[in-house]
Design a binder for this molecule. Structure first.
Ligand code: FAD
Length: 391
């Protein structure tokens, strides 16, 4: 098994890198221990793959080095990927906030990548586990399924730790450490929060209820919906903020993201003085939500009976509900892994390890993590494409 380039990981970044390198005239072999390529692509976006975001910017990414992602994102943009999708006649639509989803199935995107690989002459070998890697002079020697393999360039595209049942492993981090590269601590990102304290009964009673909000934590805010679940809090707003949350932190939820709570209460007091607070809240949220608010937070009376400071207290609670999650659901359900191979170890132009010529890291294995909304795939495409061009 010899190839000019071996790419480990037939996921989003690995397949894109293979296409880019092979189109650039390289002989490319992709190895994956899983029995199928691109399992996360197939699972993504609820089966419709949110394959990019029209508003992709470096600000949509978390990394110790916020500048690292800029070069690749500008050299292979969302418009470049959309051009490939268009070339293959794949129908798609914007769902919300620039998020592009397939009209049909995620397999449209995977099949597009596999077709491009085939046309460019990429060899993909599944069910291939890499048992050892060594650098010998100017090439790499691998043991793959008990057999020797060699390559001039070795690209690690093994992703993060999220969802082990989809084939995720720490291979990329272990290999980076083996070659003396720094790996930053990892944690689950884009992941639901678990709740075990007195809020637990809210989660049980309101499971399935979604509310629009602005959620904030550690200086970052997202205006999206959140969802109560039996285990805790989920939905886009919570997944987004989970990437900024550390154990022990509180999050602040504004339940009236589109207006001033005090203005709303004062207007209601003027318009409907005899209405009970509980009824007003039920109109805004749901009966069940209002019942819990009036059980745990507010005394419900006719609106005309509240004085200004009391209305201000109610407004403050609605606009700045402080919740301290007990934890997250972890890698089992996380969409991404925060942290990873330190970007200081890698060129932002070529993705080659500065200390190990010929060794490359792309995609989620690096310490670059996108927000929810197609940004993680865009990073996989951009880093994969740019690395492929540099090989
Ligand atoms: C349920 C779910 C839904 C998601 N939805 C979206 C979405 O809609 N939009 C979006 O932008 N992002 C989404 N993401 C995130 C996105 O899937 C990842 O960020 C992206 O796939 C990362 O690409 P990658 O190529 O770096 O890694 P991956 O796509 O994870 O690919 C890594 C590959 O490496 C292989 N591998 C791992 N270890 C080894 C090993 N030891 N030997 C050989 N091969 C190995 C794996 O089998 C896998 O094929 C979602 C993630 C999940 C889990």
């Amino acid at each position: 098994m010899n190839s000019q380039v071996i790419i480990v990981g037939a996921g989003a970044a690995g397949l894109m890198c293979a296409i880019s390198a092979a189109q650039n005239g390289k002989q490319v072999m992709v190895l994956d221990h899983a029995n199928k390529a691109g399992k996360k692509i197939l699972m993504s976006g609820g089966g419709r793959c949110n394959f990019t975001n029209m508003f992709t910017e470096p600000d949509n990414y978390l990394s110790e080095n916020e500048h690292f992602c800029k070069s690749a994102l500008s050299r292979y943009t969302q418009w470049d990927f959309m051009a490939m999708v268009d070339k293959h006649g794949i129908p798609y639509h914007e769902k919300t906030l620039g998020q592009l989803f397939c009209d049909n199935k995620s397999s449209d995107i995977l099949n597009m990548l596999l077709t491009e690989c085939e046309q460019a002459g990429v060899e993909i070998r599944l069910d291939h586990a890499i048992e050892a890697v060594e650098k010998v002079e100017d090439h790499f020697e691998l043991i793959v399924n008990g057999q020797p393999a060699t390559c001039e360039s070795l690209v690690i595209a093994t992703g993060g730790l999220s969802i082990p049942t989809l084939g995720a492993t720490g291979f990329g981090y272990d290999l980076a450490r083996q070659f003396g590269l720094k790996v930053l601590d990892t944690s689950a990102g884009l992941v639901p929060f678990t709740i075990t304290d007195q809020l637990k009964n809210w989660c049980t009673e309101l499971s399935g209820t979604a509310i629009d909000c602005v959620v904030s934590c550690n200086g970052q805010s997202f205006k999206e919906a959140f969802l109560f679940t039996h285990r805790g809090l989920s939905g886009p707003a919570m997944l987004q903020i989970s990437s900024y949350w550390k154990p022990g932190d509180s999050i602040t939820i504004n339940l009236l993201p589109n207006e001033s709570a005090l203005d709303w209460l004062q207007q209601a007091q003027a318009d409907r003085p005899n209405t009970e607070l509980k009824t007003l809240l039920a109109d805004q949220f749901t009966k069940k939500v209002a019942a819990l608010m009036c059980q745990d937070w507010f005394e419900s009376r006719a609106l005309k009976t509240y004085n200004e400071p009391q209305l201000k207290d109610i407004a403050r609670q609605l606009e700045a509900w402080v919740v301290t999650p007990s934890g997250t659901e972890g890698y089992r359900t996380a969409e991404v892994t925060l942290g990873g191979v330190d970007t200081d170890e890698v060129s932002s132009k070529t993705f080659e390890a500065k200390k190990v010529p010929g060794l490359y890291f792309i995609g989620e294995v690096l310490d670059v993590t996108g927000h929810l909304g197609g940004f993680n795939f865009q990073w996989a495409w951009a880093s994969g494409y740019c690395c492929g061009q540099a090989l």
